[in-house]
Design a protein around this ligand. Structure first.
Ligand code: DX5
Ligand code: ZN
Length: 218
C-alpha cells in the first residue's frame, strides 16, 4: 500500500480569512488542499467557486484537490483547471457524461477523480476504472455531500474494501480517497479498508496540534 496522502478541506475554516486557512493547511504538513464546490443544485448548499479559487491559489503552494458537487461538471472543467485545480473530482451521479468528463479533465492536464455518494453502489464506477490514468482516484464519500462536520458513515467501509479488491485484481495504479467525518479513529478504519487519500476538515481545524493530527491520520 502506498503512503497515505492527507487533503485538508477548507469548507469549515473561517471563510472570511481564506489565506489564513491556506497557511494553516501548508503548516500542518498535509499533502493537498481540498476545495469543496457546491452549486445549490446537485447538493442543497452553496459554497464557493471559480473566483474564490483564483484568489486562494496565490496563497498556496500545495496541489489543490477540487471536489465538484455540481450538476454539470463537464461544463466547468476547463475553467477549474485555469483557476488552479491540480486534481479534479466530480460525481458519477451528476448530469455530465462520466467518460467525457474524465477525458476532459485529462485534456486540461489535471488528475481525475470519480466521486460516489454513500448510497451509490461501488460497482457503478467499475466500467470507468480503465479510463483513469495512473495516480487518478475514486472518491468514496463517507458522509452525504453538502456540508462539513457530519458524522462518518461506517457502512461505506465495505465499499472501500470492495473497490480496493477490484483495483488490485485489475492491477490498476489508482488511489481511493475518502471524504467526510474523517478523524484519527475513522481515518484508521478507512486506511485499514484500503483508502490511501484521506480528506479531513473540521477535525484538523479543531485540533490543538494540527501537524500531529495530520501525522496521526497518515
Ligand atoms: C462534504 C465535503 C467534505 C467535508 C469534509 O460535502 O465534500 O469535503 O467538508 O469535512 P469534514 O471533515 O468536516 O467532514
Ligand atoms: Zn469534499
Amino acid at each position: 500500500m502506498p503512503s497515505t496522502k492527507i487533503s485538508v478541506s477548507v469548507l469549515n475554516a473561517d471563510l472570511s480569512r481564506l489565506a489564513d486557512a491556506a497557511a494553516f493547511v501548508e503548516q500542518s504538513g498535509a499533502d493537498l488542499l481540498h476545495f469543496d464546490v457546491m452549486d445549490g443544485c446537485f447538493v442543497d448548499n452553496i459554497s464557493f467557486g471559480l473566483p474564490v479559487l483564483e484568489s486562494l491559489r496565490k496563497h498556496i503552494a500545495l496541489p489543490v484537490d477540487t471536489h465538484l458537487m455540481i450538476r454539470d461538471p463537464l461544463h466547468y472543467t476547463e475553467r477549474f483547471a485555469k483557476a488552479g485545480s491540480d486534481l479534479l473530482s466530480f460525481h458519477i451521479e451528476s448530469d455530465s457524461d462520466t467518460a467525457d468528463t474524465v477525458r476532459e479533465i485529462h485534456r486540461c492536464g489535471m488528475r481525475a477523480g470519480i466521486a460516489l455518494s454513500p448510497d451509490t453502489p461501488t460497482e457503478t464506477v467499475f466500467p470507468y476504472l480503465h479510463l483513469l490514468d495512473p495516480d487518478d482516484f475514486v472518491l468514496l464519500m463517507t458522509v452525504v455531500p453538502g456540508r462539513g462536520g457530519q458524522a462518518f458513515l461506517p457502512y461505506v467501509l465495505p465499499k472501500i474494501r470492495e473497490l480496493r479488491t477490484r483495483i488490485e485484481a485489475e492491477c490498476l495504479p489508482l488511489h481511493i480517497e475518502v471524504d467526510g467525518g474523517i478523524n484519527a479513529e475513522t481515518g484508521a478504519q478507512c486506511r485499514e479498508a484500503g483508502a490511501d487519500m484521506l480528506v479531513s476538515g473540521s477535525y484538523l481545524f479543531r485540533a490543538a496540534e494540527p501537524a500531529a493530527a495530520v501525522q496521526g491520520l497518515r
